[in-house]
Design a protein around this ligand. Structure first.
Ligand code: AMP
Length: 281
């Protein structure tokens, strides 16, 4: 496995692999790898000749009030996981390497962004699509792997790939969860033990929503109120949002039918957690 820190060297390696006719599976991450990321690596390993993992905490997707410096990092542990998952290359550039000059062109996410997390994280998805445009040009992947844990991100990336005709196949992978249902996240380390216990209620609330939909509930507001009252009863978190949209278009719905995403975000003392389920009826 090679760890590569410069764009020029990464592009040279990719060119050599492509000349040999190899397919390239790409897993973009911000590091501090856990089983969620490992699920993506395993899938990409199975489906491609070459596996590239990028680790880059992208400053452009953090808002001014979001603490970029507090984002957890552990490169040595990540390197060990990457070796274990038979990764061929880790692309691990510095911020200066990725953004060496002030940009002359920007990439803006226009659709699918003013709902869910995008509503309170202005500019976040512009940062995501900008860094991915750069990474897609550097890595030139055959397939790129994202987790449905960040289902809005998958929807936005789907738009990016289609709009800009990137010759890459988007693979959306199911959320990997702890045994009590909490979605694995690098941010979970910032929960207190009591909050960690309560955090399992997020998935229970979503499952409650799923069973109501399956039983034929079609009233969006009633569904949201039931979930909200479950979270209020069982956690000391503040609900940021509970929303229901079509997926992947993320358009509002009044009556529940077709493929929908039920998503929520709650704030605990030091961390904001998100989770979602996609239900097809
Ligand atoms: P991040 O490092 O948080 O940017 O995440 C990198 C990728 O891992 C994204 O595509 C995430 O959606 C995915 N991911 C994070 N947590 C999970 C999880 N629990 N299950 C599946 N994928 C995940």
């Amino acid at each position: 496995m090679k760890v590569i820190t410069t764009i020029a060297e990464m592009q040279r390696e990719i060119l050599t692999e492509k000349q040999k006719g190899k397919t390239i599976g790409f897993v973009p991450t911000m590091g501090f790898l856990h089983e969620g990321h490992i699920g993506l690596l395993k899938k990409a390993r199975q489906e491609n000749d070459i596996l590239v993992l990028s680790i880059f905490v992208n400053p452009l997707q953090f808002g001014p009030s979001e603490d970029l410096d507090a984002y957890p990092r552990d490169f040595e542990k990540d390197r060990q996981i990457a070796i274990q998952e038979k990764t061929d290359y880790i692309f691990f550039p510095s911020v200066d390497e990725m953004y060496s000059t002030s940009p002359s062109v920007g990439v803006i996410a226009k659709e699918r962004v003013n709902v869910l997390c995008g509503k309170s994280r202005s500019g976040h998805f512009d940062g995501v699509v900008t860094v991915l445009t750069k990474l897609f040009n550097i890595i030139q992947p055959t397939r790129v792997y994202f987790g449905l844990k960040d289902a809005q991100q998958v929807a936005v990336v789907d738009g990016l790939i289609k709009d800009f005709h990137f010759p890459v196949q988007l693979k959306a992978i199911e959320t990997v969860r702890e045994s009590d249902g909490l979605a694995k996240s690098s941010r979970n380390v910032n929960l207190t033990p009591e909050e960690r216990r309560q955090a399992a209620e997020l998935y229970r609330a979503l499952e409650l929503g799923r069973s109501l939909i399956k039983k034929g509930e079609t009233d969006r507001l009633k569904l949201i109120q039931t979930i909200e009252s479950h979270l209020k009863k069982t956690t000391e978190s503040t609900v940021d949002y509970i929303e229901l949209y079509t997926y992947p278009d993320l358009k509002p719905i009044e009556e529940i039918k077709g493929k929908v995403i039920l998503a929520l975000a709650v704030k605990f003392s030091k961390v904001r957690l998100i989770d979602n389920i996609i239900v097809d009826i």
